[in-house]
Write a protein that binds this ligand. Structure first.
Ligand code: ARG
Length: 262
């Protein structure tokens, strides 16, 4: 008797569970429950070639190194990947409120950020670059004296600008998206900008007016951000390591950065 009663309630719990699982998986844009292939939503700021950007000549999709990397890892771990574009400065808040499951945005694992999210191992490194127009003759930090410097909102380039401002008198300006910064540089609203060298390289190849010099002293790396305490971080690290070892990472780096780094 007791057994039968137990069995019935077990079944009804299962049925209710299944029904609600169907309900959420139909929703599509969140991590769904058991059964269906689980979806992970990656947040990114698609203003950052070759990490993540839209190449209108190719299509409307977000492409890039981070996208390929995220696809490779999530596929290996059995997840379906969806990508959500937003301003770089909104990414961590979006993950903390559960709107996205991971961040790949060429994001540097700073101490401040690491208090709010967990980071995988670093998968690529770069340096800060001071960018300007060729005819402005800005070739050292001292040349920034009295100048207006543009940086991306919420980026470590902003922190770098504040650090520079302690020594050289500069006005710091924020923009949400990298192309806006390049635009303001071109129109003379900014005298200089701080952008990472791997990203700037692409802009400079397309525009002969732009030039820059690298601050070799402070290297910055990119890592994948996951929610605090996420069990995925370890699994992601395992796949990253595998990809380093089997040459897949090198292949991706060659594909997107042209292969002369690392
Ligand atoms: N690495 C820098 C940082 O973490 C800049 C990253 C900007 N990424 C982007 N997709 N716009 O602050």
């Amino acid at each position: 008797m007791v057994k039968k009663w137990f069995l019935y309630s077990l079944i009804s719990i299962l049925v209710v569970g299944l029904l609600s699982a169907c309900g959420t998986s139909g929703n599509g844009d969140e991590t769904s429950g058991e059964g269906e292939k689980k979806v992970l939503v990656m947040g990114t700021s698609a203003d950052y070639p070759p990490f993540e950007y839209i190449d209108t000549e190719v299509g409307e999709e977000i492409i890039g190194f981070d996208v390929d990397l995220a696809k490779a890892i999530t596929e290996e771990l059995g997840y379906e990947l969806k990508i959500q574009d937003m301003d770089f400065g909104s990414l961590i808040t979006a993950m903390k409120s559960g709107n996205i499951d991971l961040i790949l945005a060429g994001m540097t694992p700073t101490e401040d950020r690491a208090q709010q999210v967990d980071f995988t191992d670093i998968y690529y490194t770069a340096n800060h670059m001071i960018v300007s127009l060729k005819d402005s003759n800005i070739t050292s930090l001292k040349d920034l004296e009295g100048k207006t410097v543009g940086v991306q909102m919420g980026s470590i380039q902003y922190d770098k600008a504040e650090e520079i401002a302690e020594e050289v008198n500069i006005t710091i300006e924020n923009r949400d998206r990298i192309p806006q910064i390049v635009q303001d540089l071109k129109t003379g609203r900014f005298d200089a900008a701080i952008i990472e060298d791997t990203v700037m390289k692409g802009f400079m190849e397309k525009d002969a007016d732009l030039t820059g010099f690298t601050l070799e002293s402070d290297e910055e790396g990119s890592a994948i951000a996951l929610p605090k305490g996420s069990e995925l971080t370890e699994e992601f690290n395992r796949v990253l390591k595998e990809m380093e070892e089997n040459g897949e990472m090198e292949e991706l780096i060659n594909k997107w950065f042209g292969g002369e780094e690392e």
